[in-house]
Design a protein around this ligand. Structure first.
Ligand code: GAP
Length: 458
C-alpha cells in the first residue's frame, strides 16, 4: 500500500475523511470530513489565521462570497486561460490530462488518443428564479478574487496602509479532469491565502543574494517604496515554509520548486511551490506567486472603478503589486496526516499505528478512561476529571474494551495524552498520564493535571 492508500484507510476507519455521498456510489473529487477530520482541519485553519492575521499588524482577514458576478472571472482571466490540456481515448473514451501522461497512448487500454484541447476548469452554476433568465455564473475557481474586488473597501473601512495584506480561507471549485490521490486533487476543496499589496518596485538586477528582510528594513526606517517586491516575495516564501516547520512537518519532506517561465499561471510573474515528498515523489502543497499588478489592473479595466492606492505621505498614486501565498487546506491536512503516520514494532512483537500529530493540530488533546467501566467510583471520578478538563481542552471519553485497545485507538486518532483513573486514584488523588509518542507513563496529581497538560501541549 502506498501512503495515500494507508491514510485513506485510516481516515475512513477512524472518522477523519469519508468519500463524498458514499451511499449513492460517491461523487468523484468530493470528500466529507468526519468528527476527527473536522477538528484537525479546523485546528489547521485556526493556526493559519492566528499566525497570518491575528499575530500580525500588517494583515487583516475577510470572508467573501463564493459566487461572484461573472464579470469577475472575465477580468481575472479565468474564463479565457484557466484550463488544462485534455485528451480522450478513441477506443474507451476515458479522458486524461495530457501533461500528466507518461506515454502518448491511453493508460487504460493503450488506445489512440485525440489531440489535446484546452478544457476550462471553472464550475458553472445558475442563479435566479425565472427559467430561461437565470444568470450563468461560476463557483469560484480560486478564493483570490473575492479579496481583490474588496481591496478598496478594506482600504476605506480600515486603517491599513501599504504594505499590507488581506487573508482569507474558503472553498474553491475546479472541474478537474482527473481528480485523485485521495483528497490531493479534488473538485471541491479549501484554500488558505494571503494577498499582500506592496509598492510596485521591481529591479531587473534583483537576485537572491540581494535579499534583505523587508520587515527588518522597515523597522530600521527604510521607506517601503525603496523595497523591491521580490524581497517581499522571498520573505513570504520563507514565512510559509517556517509555518509548516512550526507545526512539526519534517524538514526533509519539504522543499521549494520554482516554476519555469512556460509553467507560470496566466497571472504570475514568478512562482515557487512548497512541495511535500510522498513515497519519494514531490507534490505541490502551496504556491507563492508574484502576481504583479495583474488583478488590480484587470479589475480596474473591466469594472471601470479606480483601483489605485494613494500614498498620503509621498502623494503618489499607483497600482500596487501583489505577492500571494496560496495553500490548500485539504492538501496540507493530507500531508500532515501522512507526515505524522508511523507503523511501529513494539517489544513483545506487537505493532501499533500512531499519528504523531503536533499537539496544536491533534483533533483531541487528551482521552480520559476509567480503568474499569463497571466500577461506579472509578467512573464517577473519571467523569469529574473529564468534565473539568473539557473547559480548557478538547478531550474525549472512552470506557470500551481493555486499556491496551483504548491506547491503540487513541494512537490512531493522534491524541497526545491518555489519562487513566484507577484504584490508586481513589486513594491518592492522582492518575496515570500516558504519552502518545514515547508511550511513557507519569503519575500526576489530579490537582496539577491541567497545568501538566498545558506545559506538555505547548
Ligand atoms: N490563487 C492562486 C491559486 O489558486 P493554485 O496553485 O492554483 O493557486 C493553490 O492553488 C493551492 O490550492 C495549491 O497549491 C493546492 O494546495 C490547492 N489546490 C489547487 N487545486 C486543488 C485541487 N484540485 N484539490 C485540492 N487542492 C487544490
Amino acid at each position: 500500500m502506498d501512503s495515500f492508500e494507508k491514510i485513506a484507510s485510516l481516515a475512513k476507519r477512524r472518522g477523519f475523511i469519508y468519500p463524498g455521498s458514499e451511499i449513492y456510489g460517491g461523487l468523484a473529487g468530493t470528500w466529507d470530513y468526519g468528527p476527527l477530520g473536522t477538528e484537525l482541519k479546523r485546528n489547521l485553519k485556526n493556526e493559519f489565521w492566528r499566525s497570518m492575521v491575528q499575530f500580525r499588524d500588517d494583515v487583516v482577514g475577510i470572508d467573501a462570497a463564493i459566487v461572484m458576478n461573472p464579470k469577475v472571472w472575465e477580468a481575472s482571466g479565468h474564463l479565457e486561460s484557466f484550463s488544462d490540456p485534455l485528451v480522450e481515448c478513441k477506443k474507451c473514451h476515458h479522458r486524461f490530462r495530457a501533461d500528466q501522461l507518461e506515454k502518448s497512448v491511453c493508460p487504460d487500454c493503450s488506445g489512440e488518443l485525440t489531440a489535446p484541447k484546452q478544457f476550462n476548469l471553472m464550475v458553472e452554476t445558475y442563479l435566479g428564479v425565472v427559467e430561461g433568465e437565470k444568470l450563468k455564473t461560476y463557483l469560484r475557481g480560486e478564493i483570490t478574487q473575492g479579496v481583490h474586488v474588496n481591496f478598496k473597501n478594506v482600504l476605506s473601512s480600515t486603517r491599513v496602509k501599504l504594505p499590507f495584506g488581506i487573508a482569507q480561507i474558503g472553498k474553491a471549485f475546479r472541474n478537474e479532469i482527473t481528480p485523485g490521490g485521495f483528497t490531493f486533487r479534488s473538485r471541491e476543496f479549501e484554500q488558505m491565502e494571503l494577498q499582500f499589496y506592496v509598492h510596485p518596485v521591481r529591479n531587473k538586477t534583483w537576485n537572491m543574494s540581494a535579499y534583505q528582510s523587508p520587515i527588518d528594513r522597515i523597522s530600521n526606517g527604510i521607506n517601503p517604496k525603496e523595497i523591491d517586491s521580490m524581497d517581499w516575495f522571498e520573505y513570504w516564501k520563507e514565512e510559509r515554509l517556517k509555518w509548516y516547520y512550526s507545526l512539526g512537518m519534517k524538514k526533509e519532506n519539504l522543499h521549494f520548486k520554482e516554476h519555469a517561465k512556460d509553467e507560470l499561471a496566466h497571472y504570475a510573474r514568478a512562482a515557487f511551490d512548497i512541495e511535500y515528498r510522498v513515497d519519494g515523489a514531490w507534490k505541490e502543497m502551496e504556491g507563492i506567486h508574484h502576481r504583479g499588478d495583474w488583478d488590480v489592473k484587470r479589475h480596474q479595466e473591466f469594472s471601470k472603478e479606480d483601483m489605485t492606492y494613494f500614498d498620503e505621505e509621498t502623494k503618489e498614486r499607483y497600482l500596487p503589486y501583489i505577492i500571494e501565498t496560496s495553500g490548500g487546506v485539504d492538501r496540507a491536512t493530507l500531508f500532515f496526516l501522512i507526515d505524522a503516520y508511523e507503523e511501529e514494532k513494539l517489544e513483545g512483537g506487537d505493532e501499533r499505528t500512531v499519528l504523531k500529530l503536533h499537539p496544536k493540530l491533534a483533533p483531541r488533546k487528551a482521552a480520559v478512561f476509567p480503568l474499569l467501566a463497571n466500577k461506579p467510583d472509578l467512573v464517577k471520578l473519571a467523569k469529574t476529571i473529564h468534565d473539568d478538563l473539557k473547559k480548557e481542552f478538547v478531550v474525549t471519553w472512552d470506557d470500551r474494551g481493555n486499556i491496551g485497545k483504548r491506547y491503540r485507538a487513541q494512537d490512531e486518532a493522534g491524541t497526545p495524552f491518555c489519562i487513566t483513573v484507577d484504584f490508586n486514584s481513589l486513594e491518592k488523588n492522582d492518575v496515570t498520564v500516558r504519552d502518545r509518542d514515547s508511550m511513557k507513563q507519569d503519575r500526576v496529581s489530579i490537582k496539577e493535571l491541567k497545568s501538566y497538560l498545558v506545559e506538555k501541549l505547548k
